[in-house]
Design a protein. Structure first.
Length: 179
């Protein structure tokens, strides 16, 4: 029995939740999010709470039950308080800059890397090396942060690259004769 899926989601003031054609729409002060729900799961909005129920006890349905509840919880949280990911760039000459709707990265390649900032995300760069990604959709924020990190992941010898704030990179020793 899913303990996560059975827990009702409280709806804060200023947020409205609607179910439309198998999808859930959440409107709040920061914006609107819509997500399609699995067909095996039903969503009810009543008394200031959202509850998710499943139709049968199949293993897949039980997994989708908790997933659906977590998706709705993330949407309700996102329209009230945006999700934030912070990345840092380490390396001599590595830096970032935002120009309009483009993020420009200088990461030691022969050319600058330019990325279009997706709609719904706000990117701020502080001191040329700290990147703050903010948005109401948790999946979109996390995916953009992962895409950025994938461009130049931190390498184990010098630690150069893009990493999450607070991430520890396991360092390796170099050649024994290099010292």
């Amino acid at each position: 029995m899913s303990r996560v899926g059975r827990k009702p989601i409280p709806i804060p003031n200023g947020v409205s939740v609607d179910t439309v054609d198998g999808a859930v729409r959440v409107k709040g002060p920061k914006g609107t999010l819509t997500e399609r729900m699995p067909t095996r799961v039903s969503v009810r909005v009543e008394g200031g709470k959202v509850s998710v129920a499943r139709g049968d006890e199949d293993k897949t349905t039980r997994a989708l039950h908790g997933l659906a509840r977590a998706l709705i919880q993330n949407m309700v949280h996102g329209v009230v308080e945006p999700f934030v990911k912070e990345l840092e760039i380490q390396g001599v000459g590595y830096r970032a800059d935002v120009a309009g709707k483009t993020l420009k990265l200088l990461l030691g390649f022969s050319h600058p890397v330019e990325l279009a900032i997706p709609e719904g995300l706000k990117i701020a760069v502080d001191k040329n090396v700290n990147i703050r990604i903010e948005g109401i959709d948790r999946h979109q924020v996390g995916q953009f942060a992962a895409d950025l990190r994938r461009i130049r992941p931190p390498e184990p010898y010098k630690g150069k690259g893009i990493r999450c704030v607070g991430e520890r990179v396991r360092r390796k020793v170099g050649k024994a004769g290099a010292a």
